[in-house]
Design a protein around this ligand. Structure first.
Ligand code: ATP
Ligand code: MG
Length: 727
């Protein structure tokens, strides 16, 4: 058997882990040391060399994107597809289990996943139902409480109120919230994990089946598992369990969501016979970048401590830029991105990382003006858009009448004369009789409601029943198409002014194509529509890029975990922003922020820029900040400070960048003028909506312009056909 392709690209320590005998293994190592690579090679090794069937492997990663990548890598190592290998996120895998064992898990067969928006809405409604003053009770805090309890594996009856009135009330909210979910067959994200755990706990037969099936468990980013995830893994692993976990205590960044880095120590206690492997060579970053990362993280006191080195080149110094304000900062970044492309690099190899999502807006604006294509990971994704959630709510209701959150979303959308009072009557009935909105609607329509309201409610119910009947034998895509068409959403959005409504309708059309492209897992025996709805709910948490295009990557430091880029810009490095205001006075919080900073720095392979603004307008407020303490923690000899030039000591509109680029920009501007447009000019297109002209080429009948549309991305259009409105 030829094991060269599996072992050759590894160093000795990596090989030790990959080719370890059947025993628990824990790989603890710093960023970029090849943990993910080891995990993939281990899977290939088990299948190819140990003869383990792909069916017997369970691999857990952090995002769906990482899961897809991992499958691809294993397949290319083995040169064959591994369909029956279970790879996914904790949530995805838990969901899969619950679908298969819905009865054992005491769920209705067509249970629906609700995302955190739905969850929040449910909680708000709950407060309203209970006639509770929501100035005293913040829905978000209740949501946080409920999820935190679930993450710890606790049901309301398990929680001690510690004699505290507030706590007692929070527990009561959790209880009522859970009742609504049970009634509607609704499962939130934390519930997925908790249920899956309870399934193991309460059904030893089911657990045993999976213990026998999954002889090997592989877990990436182990440092970010929360209590319930770890408990779930341990039960599945059983006494003899072959758990192969890789992680880095310095990259634990989800403590605020219940992750416990202590699991790394717990692992060693729970599996005393485990082999511990440390990887110390970093293959990702230049020596300067690595040294900087090591220096920053050394300021944390609670660490396992490790020695990460590279035999790579020193590379460039880390460049720190102090900007006047956020616009100047954005201009500076644009300048560097331009230089990067001008040197022949791909745009997708450059990433701009920030601490919070709101920071992306200014950057996006600047990128648009500069005509640099970009993609934001972590913004409003397809499945999170209003119109998509509306259509999905119809589908959910068709699949499960008791889904209250779907019912409330669409009962009067589009408006069909079912006003707030009518909805309130239904709610009151539902509350009094502990039943769903749908059943309540049926009851009140026949006796409580006045004629007009009653007719509207009955018509709505007939509409849903009719949809449900009509689509029975249709394909998934036709089902989605049919429901959208009958829902009245299209007409509803047509009335919305401007291109916004049009975009929404396009998105609805896109949903039909998404359904067409949806493939039910070969291993799955669930209803296709339910599977599709679950896919939509799970996918919403993560960026699914549109058609591939070479573009700059924008994302939060959190979502950059596990990824790498030749060039990285970490921006907004100010105290209060990063480290975040909330953590400034809390040692644990501050250490978590520092780990996040370590994650950020170690994403960079060759070039790293760090920027901050002395004055920043964010959330409509101006603030004057100090540079982040993390910048001061970078060793001086690794840093090169870039000072703005004297003549630009007023707020910069345009950075004094690279002359060559300026010249080529002038040339293009001239060409644009020739064909009667202006670079940067706003245009409107019948189908694609509003956009900005980025580029142009050719002349006469062949003149083409490149337009960056706000909602449709960048497109080249032939000017004479495109019917563009120039604004
Ligand atoms: P992170 O902590 O950021 O998740 P990681 O430890 O998972 O990082 P990988 O992403 O697996 O690290 O590897 C980092 C980079 O180093 C990748 O580009 C990988 O291909 C490369 N690499 C890993 N091991 C080796 C090796 N033995 N030889 C050459 N390149 C390697
Ligand atoms: Mg990794």
């Amino acid at each position: 058997m030829d094991v060269t392709p599996i072992l050759d690209p590894l160093n000795d320590a990596q090989r030790e882990a990959v080719a370890a005998p059947a025993e628990p293994v824990l790989v603890i190592a710093g960023a970029g040391s090849g943990k993910t690579r080891v995990l993939t090679h281990r899977a290939a090794w088990l299948i190819e060399v140990e003869g383990v069937s792909p069916q017997s492997l369970l691999a857990v990663t952090f995002t769906n994107k990482a899961a897809a990548e991992m499958r691809g890598r294993i397949e290319s190592l083995l040169k064959m597809p591994v369909n029956h290998l279970w790879i996914g996120t904790f949530h995805g895998l838990a969901h899969r289990l619950l679908r298969r064992h819905w009865q054992d898990a005491k769920l209705p067969q067509n249970f629906q996943i609700i995302d955190s928006d739905d969850q929040l809405r449910l909680i708000k409604r709950l407060l309203k139902n209970l006639e509770i003053d929501d100035s005293r009770w913040v829905p978000r805090e209740i949501q946080y409480f409920i999820n935190a309890q679930k993450d710890e594996g606790l049901r309301p009856q398990h929680i001690d109120d510690e004699g505290d009135e507030t706590r007692r009330q929070l527990i009561a909210f959790y209880q009522s919230y859970q009742e609504i979910c049970e009634r509607g067959g609704l499962v939130d994200f934390a519930e997925l994990l908790l249920r899956a755990h309870e399934l193991w706990r309460d059904r030893p037969d089911v657990l045993q089946h999976y213990q026998r099936r999954f002889s090997h468990l592989l877990v990436d980013e182990f440092q970010d598992t929360n209590a319930i995830q770890y408990a779930w893994l341990r039960m599945l692993a059983g006494k003899t369990g072959l758990l192969f976990a890789v992680g880095d205590d310095d990259q634990s960044i989800y403590r605020w969501r219940g992750a416990r880095v202590e699991h790394i120590y717990q692992f060693q206690k729970d599996f005393p016979q485990a082999r511990i492997v440390k990887l110390e060579q970093n293959y990702r970053s230049t020596s300067n970048i690595l040294k900087a990362a090591n220096a920053v993280i050394a300021n944390n006191s609670s660490r396992m401590g490790k020695n990460l080195w590279t035999d790579g080149i020193d590379g460039e110094a880390i460049k720190v830029y102090s900007a006047f304000n956020e616009r100047d900062e954005a201009d500076f970044i644009i300048g560097r991105l331009r230089d990067w492309s001008a040197q022949g690099n791909a745009r997708a190899d450059a990433a701009v990382l920030y601490r919070s999502n709101a920071q992306s807006r200014v950057l996006e604006e600047a990128l648009m003006n500069a005509r640099i294509p970009y993609r934001v990971y972590g913004g409003l994704r397809f499945f999170e858009r209003q119109e998509i959630k509306d259509a999905l709510a119809y589908l959910r209701l068709v699949s499960n009448r008791d889904d209250d959150s779907a019912f409330e979303r669409v009962v009067n959308r589009p408006t069909r004369g079912i006003g707030a009072r009518t909805v309130e009557t239904m709610r009151a009935y539902g509350r009094a009789n502990a039943t769903s909105m749908w059943r309540a609607a049926a009851a009140v329509a026949s006796d409580t409601l006045a004629g007009r309201a009653s007719a509207s409610v009955l018509a709505f119910m007939q509409l849903i029943e009719g949809m449900s009947r009509d689509i029975k034998n249709l394909s998934l895509a036709d089902k989605v198409d049919h429901v959208i068409n009958l829902s009245g959403l299209i007409e509803f959005f047509k009335k919305e002014k401007g291109e916004k409504g049009e975009t929404r309708i396009e998105n609805l059309e896109e949903l039909v194509s998404a359904a067409r492209g949806f493939v039910l897992d070969a291993d799955e025996d669930m209803d296709e529509l339910d599977a599709f709805l679950a896919h939509a709910a799970l996918e919403a948490g993560e960026g699914q890029a549109d058609a591939w295009e070479d573009c700059v990557q924008l994302m939060t430091m959190h979502s950059a975990k596990g990824l790498e880029f030749p060039m990285v810009v970490m921006c907004g490095m100010e105290d209060g922003l990063f480290p975040h205001q909330r953590s400034l006075n809390d040692v644990h919080g501050l250490e978590e922020e520092r780990r996040l900073c370590y994650v950020g720095i170690t994403r960079a392979r060759e070039v790293l820029y760090v920027t901050y603004a002395e004055q920043r307008r964010l959330h409509g407020m101006d603030s004057y900040a100090q540079q982040s303490r993390f910048i001061a923690e970078l060793p001086e000899d690794l840093v090169e400070e870039i000072r703005p030039k004297i003549e630009t000591s007023r707020p910069l509109r345009q950075h004094q960048g690279n002359r060559r680029i300026a010249t080529s920009a002038n040339l293009r501007a001239g060409a644009a003028e020739e064909i009667g447009v202006r670079l940067g000019q706003r245009v409107r297109h019948g189908k694609f909506g509003d956009g900005v002209i980025l580029n142009c080429e050719g002349h006469g009948a062949h003149a083409r312009v490149e337009v960056n549309f706000e909602n449709a991305g960048t497109k080249w259009l032939v000017l004479s056909y495109a019917n563009l409105d120039l604004m």
